[in-house]
Design a protein around this ligand. Structure first.
Ligand code: SF4
Length: 416
């Protein structure tokens, strides 16, 4: 297939395909799928070998967000029965992070719901990072707090953060269809602020919200142009109680084509399978490892993932290995670019426009939490399952979306 030969050759050189080539990947048939995976897999192995980076989510503050992101279980007016709690204390967050690191995670992702942090929130996160780094000095820390105001990224960098996550989620053209309380430009501004402060930029997308192939290609090329070092690919988790609860329009094959397209456009960038991996790839998850070089271990912000040990077994069974703390994730030339960006920012070229708008954005949802955790029996009773219909077969999938009711914000052991 000429297309795949061309894309493989470009990817092995680190070159980016054309828009038309990226669209053509999304248009391939199921008969061609394994050839697509094999071609993108060569590119993945060229830059990342057989390593899989594990990341661990700690939901610092869950639910009751004033923003209205349609995909999010924590949005304004969400009826999803998720955990809801205010800021975890530093020692609580550090305990949750330790579980993830003990399970093999190299990066801990500290996430809080909301439009964006106050300066007091930055103080809280600074204390939390100190508590985590005291126990695990080598752990990478990525922070996700929504839209940043001036100098907040610099403060996070000075406090020891390695990266900042803020997803673009979808194309500029359709952004207003999924959120009205902030804009695509607000999100771009925050990614630039993070990058400008010398933080590694982690920014990705959500597929399955009803977008077109053109929208997906638009956002993936925008992320490449923004210089995102890590691209999380979320597959919409249609939570009951959110406006997108009925959007079951992904199949495992479609997810693999999207991951392959993202890999071809970002040959030498960390590509992470994020929220929705278990829900939409299901038994095809191992094939996703041939495309992405990074996943989350265990649970997501507001939804359950598969058991952490199952993640580890899957990686091993598929012939991959967990990336160690001492191993570089990015290829050397990309790491050099990141370092140069960091050095250039040391003179303090903070972005001009004042940060407004906000929101984090990966995965599931969170909540505003009761101080006390639900008892195990109550947790079972509460385990809400979202009933939905998969477009590919009108099949009820009430078994697929489970609200997270363990780990951070509860007294139950985390899944790691
Ligand atoms: S994605 Fe972030 S900003 Fe948007 S509703 Fe959810 S928590 Fe709020």
């Amino acid at each position: 297939m000429d297309l795949l030969d061309t894309l493989t050759a470009k990817g092995l050189r680190g070159d980016v395909p054309t828009r038309e080539e990226a669209l053509a990947v999304l248009a391939t048939t199921d008969d061609e799928l394994l050839d697509v995976v094999a071609a993108a897999g060569k590119v993945r192995r060229r830059w990342f070998g057989r390593r899989v980076k594990l990341n661990y989510l700690v939901n610092l503050k869950s639910g009751l967000c004033p923003e209205d992101c349609n995909y999010c279980s924590q949005r304004l007016g969400s009826k999803a029965e998720i955990l809801k709690y205010t800021w975890l204390k530093p020692d609580q967050a550090a305990e949750a992070a330790r579980a993830g690191v003990a399970g093999g995670a190299k990066r801990v992702c500290l996430v809080a719901s909301g439009r964006g942090p106050t300066d007091r929130d930055i103080d809280r996160v600074t204390d939390t990072m100190a508590a985590i780094q005291e126990a695990d000095p080598e752990v990478e820390i990525c922070v996700c707090l929504g839209l940043l105001s001036d100098n907040q990224a610099e403060r996070l960098k000075a406090a020891g953060a390695d990266a900042y996550n803020h997803n673009l989620n979808t194309s500029e053209k359709t952004y207003g269809d999924i959120t009205t309380t902030h804009t695509y430009a607000d999100r771009v501004d925050t990614v630039k602020k993070a990058h400008g402060a010398g933080l590694s930029a982690c920014s990705g997308l959500i597929a399955g919200m009803g977008e077109s192939d053109e929208d997906l290609v638009d956002v993936v090329f925008a992320l490449r142009e923004l210089g995102s070092d890590s691209v999380p690919v979320n597959f919409l988790i249609p939570f009951e109680g959110t406006p997108l609860a009925k959007e079951w329009n992904l199949t495992p094959q479609r997810c693999l084509r999207i991951l392959a397209m993202v890999r071809f456009v970002n040959p030498d960038t960390e590509v992470r399978i994020a929220g929705g991996r278990e829900v939409h790839l299901r038994s095809m998850q191992p094939l996703g490892l041939h495309l992405a070089n990074s996943i989350f271990l265990g649970d997501y912000l507001t939804s359950e993932g598969q058991a952490g040990q199952t993640d580890l077994d899957m990686i091993k069974d598929a012939g991959f290995e967990v990336e160690g703390a001492g191993e570089a994730t990015l290829p050397r030339h990309r790491a050099d670019v990141a370092a140069a960006s960091s050095a250039a920012s040391a003179c303090g070229t903070a972005a001009s426009a004042c940060g407004s708008g906000g929101g984090c954005g990966p995965c599931g949802g969170h909540a505003h939490a009761p101080e006390a955790a639900p008892a195990p029996e109550a947790a079972d009773a509460l385990t809400a399952t979202a009933t939905a219909i998969e477009a590919s077969g009108d099949e009820l999938r009430s078994d697929l979306v489970k609200v997270r009711l363990r780990g951070a914000g509860t007294e139950l052991a985390p899944n790691a």
